[in-house]
Design a protein around this ligand. Structure first.
Ligand code: NDP
Length: 466
């Protein structure tokens, strides 16, 4: 067994890439500042990046000590013999985190080589592996990847990153639901009219055509972030807040979510997508997806659940909108009052917080109802900026916690939910085009209204939610 007191070696495979430069290294600055002793080892098929790996570490982390101890190893991932210097450098004692920051095709050869050399040490939880999304491209590939990981590691050595889960505000969905006895007793079909989850981005795909044109909105967002947020929103209370119990509850919730019916889904592609360098001519890849989901269990039977995500949309917003059943609309002075649905908005980004939209009496002599909001601004809790999600993720990996990481079965189940949609869309015509800066194709509005959800709600646009 390793000596947990020593510095942790973080071996980043694919360390010359964007993810390492823009996300992992800057987050490690915060991790090192939190007092964790680290040594950063970059690995790749190529020579160290221009200027050298130590220079890259110094620039991204601003930590000279971290840079001076950094090392680079050039590997042929398929050939275990090329790992001998790295193996020697790691030694036997210290904790090691293997971070797979390569495209997924490299996961299998890297894990196989590490395993052949005995570096994975199945069962030793001081040897850990971090795997970046996408975790597979469908159910079969996700299962193969999980099987490969499970041959070489125990489940508690594996950390599958979905950095959305590491956002404080996503974790706060659990805190909000299960530390307030007010909401939980009516968080079900008896009181809830519908649920909407929006994960909208204003930006387009930028320079990521190579990845995105093979992936699309369902694989990029729905299979992972959106379904994880949904699981936290609809799951039953876990027995404890230990990661194992939270995962169990999330998996149970996802098992009740039915595979998406393509007839209850809408796809779109933003105007101009096909002109992006790197996008295939006549690409049918969706940059927008919306769907009605069906949950078959006692809590949610009959409650329509809607999700939507896309690029080049009106603005950046990720939120859950829970709409309660309407109160009876009473007549006042012979006039029937317009309904003001009660909404709970769990806003994940930006302007993180929780908002309760209620009906209130307009001040004055007339008895008239108007929408009004009760708001928790998450930032008001702390004078510090909210921690970066990657920093949270890395601190959790070093601590050996699993709350922020989906389990292997959750990921496989999520693919089972989206696979029918992906298959149907890969063999059908071109998606509807939508205008940049809009909320996506009009067909998505029809979907919500035909399926009993009323209309899409975007907090900020909705009276009482500003
Ligand atoms: P890159 O495409 O930049 O690849 C990272 C490095 O991996 C490259 O610099 C290259 O290094 C190596 N590499 C490239 N192609 C292959 C290949 N076919 N086989 C083996 N190695 C290869 O990826 P990113 O850094 O952008 O992302 C890394 C991973 O993280 C990907 O799986 C991505 O999907 C995921 N991800 C990325 C995000 C981001 O913001 N960039 C966000 C969320 C997830 P070398 O030539 O030195 O071996």
């Amino acid at each position: 067994m390793a000596n947990p007191a020593g510095p942790t070696d973080i071996v980043i495979f694919g360390a010359s890439g964007d993810l390492t430069r823009n996300k992992i290294l800057p987050a490690l600055r915060g991790v090192a500042a939190a007092g964790r002793q680290l040594r950063l080892i970059g690995a790749g098929r190529s020579e160290p990046p221009d200027g050298g790996w130590q220079q890259m570490v110094a620039e991204a982390t601003g930590d000279r000590g971290l840079a001076d101890s950094a090392r680079w190893y050039r590997l042929d991932y398929d050939s275990p013999e090329t790992y001998s210097s790295l193996q020697h450098d790691l030694g036997d004692d210290g904790p090691v985190v293997f971070y797979l920051a390569t495209p997924p095709v490299a996961f299998d050869p890297i894990v196989r080589s590490l395993s052949e050399l005995g570096l994975t040490r199945k069962g030793d939880h001081w040897r850990r592996v971090v795997v970046e999304k996408p975790l597979g491209t469908d159910f079969d590939s996700a299962r193969r990847l999980n099987q490969r990981l499970m041959e070489s590691f125990e489940e508690n050595q594996v950390f599958r990153i979905d950095h959305y889960l590491a956002k404080d505000t996503v974790q706060n969905v659990l805190a909000f639901r299960f530390s307030n006895s007010l909401f939980e007793p009516n968080w079900d079909r008896t009181m809830i009219h519908s649920i909407q989850i929006t994960a909208a981005e204003a930006g387009d795909i930028g320079t990521r055509a190579g990845y995105y044109d093979h992936s699309g909105a369902v694989r990029d967002m729905v299979q992972n972030h959106v379904l994880q947020v949904l699981a936290l929103t609809v799951m039953d209370a876990p027995t404890t807040f230990d990661p194992v119990d939270i995962r169990k509850s999330k998996l149970e919730a996802l098992r009740a979510v039915q595979p998406i019916d393509p007839a209850l889904a809408v796809r779109g592609q933003y105007d101009g997508y096909l002109d992006t360098p790197g996008v295939a001519r006549n690409s049918r890849r969706e940059t927008y997806a919306a769907a009605r989901l069906v949950i078959e269990n006692w809590r949610w039977e009959g409650v329509p659940i809607f999700v939507r995500t896309g690029k080049a949309l009106r603005r950046n917003v990720t939120e859950v909108v829970v709409r309660y059943r309407d109160a009876p609309h009473l007549r006042i002075g012979g006039q029937r009052q317009p309904g003001i649905p009660t909404l709970i908005v769990l806003r994940i980004q930006p302007d993180e917080g929780v908002l309760l939209r209620i009906g209130a009496k307009r001040p004055g002599t007339r008895f008239e109802m108007v929408p009004a909001g009760l708001k928790l601004e998450y930032k008001a809790f702390t004078r510090q900026p909210l921690p970066d999600a990657y920093e949270n993720v890395l601190l959790e990996v070093l601590a050996g916690g699993h709350t922020m990481f989906p389990g292997g079965r959750e990921i496989e189940r999520s693919w089972e939910i989206v696979d029918p949609l992906i298959k149907a869309w890969e063999t059908s015509g071109h998606p509807d085009t939508y205008a940049r800066g809009s909320w996506g194709p009009g067909a998505a509005d029809e979907l919500v209204s035909e399926q009993g959800g009323g209309r899409w709600v975007a907090s900020g646009d909705e009276p009482g939610t500003q």
